[in-house]
Every structure is written in structure tokens, then in C-alpha cells.
Ligand binder design. Structure first.
Ligand code: SAH
Length: 201
């Protein structure tokens, strides 16, 4: 089995978005952050031998990490075809066949899984774009690991409450957002985000 460090190194070698699309809030999760969230889920027995969904999978860093940590099956759900092209390229490096790529809007995902682990749009371009990701998670999973802005905490607690879930933990992460779109004025913008861990009550 991999160590946390080896996982981070492996994930850092994956290809990322060629031309990220601002309207879809396409930001690749940095390998260090992806491996940290995956490792926490793994240590909580939420990955190995589990069915996992990566919503807004993009180029696959989170779902591929779950495969590397011994997931039983991974669903990559992503609506952008161009991202899926890169995701498929990333997957060819490995010999996994226990995954499925679903090129649809997240709200159309209907399979049951154990764990959703995701970095959804934060809703900066489209208000509460993360809501449909969370709602789909509540309908299909028992446990959700998800990155959001810290300021979304109240909103997320309320959504959990309405859907029979409980916010178990919110781990603070300092996130360096690199300039990638024209409307970004700083080269690196530091934002505070949270890894939200939610479980069905
Ligand atoms: N999970 C990847 C990408 C995060 S960026 C990573 O961690 O690197 C968010 C992703 O969600 C983008 O790839 C975007 O195309 C996708 N996305 C945005 N809205 C979506 C929706 N409604 N349904 C499915 N995917 C969506």
C-alpha cells in the first residue's frame, strides 16, 4: 500500500486542465491537498473496498487517488468533455477497470455509493453552484468529503440538517489559488477553505 507521501507524488504527475473554463470553475486540486483529503478519508475507512464517487471529477486527481488507495469502484462524474479527454489520458497510465466515467451533469447521478469525495465549484461564478453537488451527495452516499469556502459553513450545516446529514468536522486548509483566468488580479491568492466531512445520521 502507498504512503501518504508517495500518493502525493503520484498525483502530482497527473495532467491537469488544458484550457480551464471559468464558467465551470475549473480549478485543479493541488496534489498536496488532494492527497491530504484522500488520506483522511482513507484513515477513516471511507475509501478502501468502498464505492466512491468523485463529482466534478475534472481531470481525475481525486478519483484516481481513491483508486490508488484501494477503492472497490470509482465513478467519475463530469459534464465537460474536454476534461474527460484528459481524465482518460490520466487513467491509461494505470490498469484499473473498476471505474466508470459518467459524462453528465452531477444532478443526473443516481447510483448508490459509500463515499463522495469532491472539490466542487465554490459558487463564485454561479451562486451556490455547490448546492446541487451536495444534494446529489445526500441522495446517493452515506459520507461526503468536500471542499468549500469557510463562509459556506452555515449554509452547509443547514443543508445537512434538511437532508438527514450531520457536519462531523470542518478542517481548515490554506489554499493558494494560482492566477489562471483573466479576471484574477493577483499571481497567487491565498484563500481559506474547509474540508467538510458529513455523515448520514
Ligand atoms: N475534481 C477536479 C476538478 C475540480 S473543478 C479536481 O479536483 O481537480 C470543478 C469541476 O466540476 C470542473 O471540472 C467542472 O467542469 C465540473 N462541473 C461544474 N459544474 C458541473 C456540473 N453541474 N456537473 C458535473 N460537473 C460539473
Amino acid at each position: 500500500m502507498l504512503t501518504k507521501k508517495a500518493l502525493g507524488i503520484e498525483l502530482s504527475k497527473l495532467k491537469t486542465f488544458q484550457k480551464p473554463k471559468p464558467n465551470l470553475e475549473q480549478y485543479s486540486t493541488e496534489a498536496e491537498i488532494a492527497s491530504m483529503m484522500l488520506w483522511i478519508a482513507y484513515m477513516n475507512s471511507d475509501i478502501e473496498e468502498k464505492k466512491i464517487a468523485d463529482f466534478g471529477a475534472g481531470t481525475g486527481i481525486i478519483g484516481i487517488g481513491a483508486l490508488l488507495l484501494g477503492a472497490k469502484k470509482v465513478y467519475f462524474v463530469e459534464k465537460d468533455k474536454d476534461a474527460i479527454t484528459v481524465l482518460k489520458e490520466n487513467l491509461t497510465k494505470y490498469n484499473y477497470d473498476n471505474f466508470s466515467i459518467i459524462n453528465k451533469d452531477v444532478s443526473e447521478f443516481k447510483n448508490k455509493v459509500d463515499t463522495v469525495i469532491m472539490n466542487p465549484p465554490f459558487g463564485v461564478q454561479k451562486a451556490h453552484a455547490d448546492k446541487e453537488f451536495l444534494i446529489t451527495g445526500f441522495n446517493t452516499a452515506n459520507t461526503i468529503y468536500s471542499l468549500h469556502k469557510i463562509e459556506s459553513k452555515k449554509f452547509i450545516e443547514k443543508l445537512c440538517e434538511e437532508n438527514g446529514f450531520e457536519l462531523k468536522n470542518m478542517i481548515h486548509i490554506n489554499y493558494s489559488l494560482k492566477r489562471q483566468f483573466e479576471f484574477h488580479t493577483k499571481k497567487i491568492k491565498k484563500i481559506k477553505i474547509g474540508l467538510f466531512i458529513m455523515r448520514r445520521k
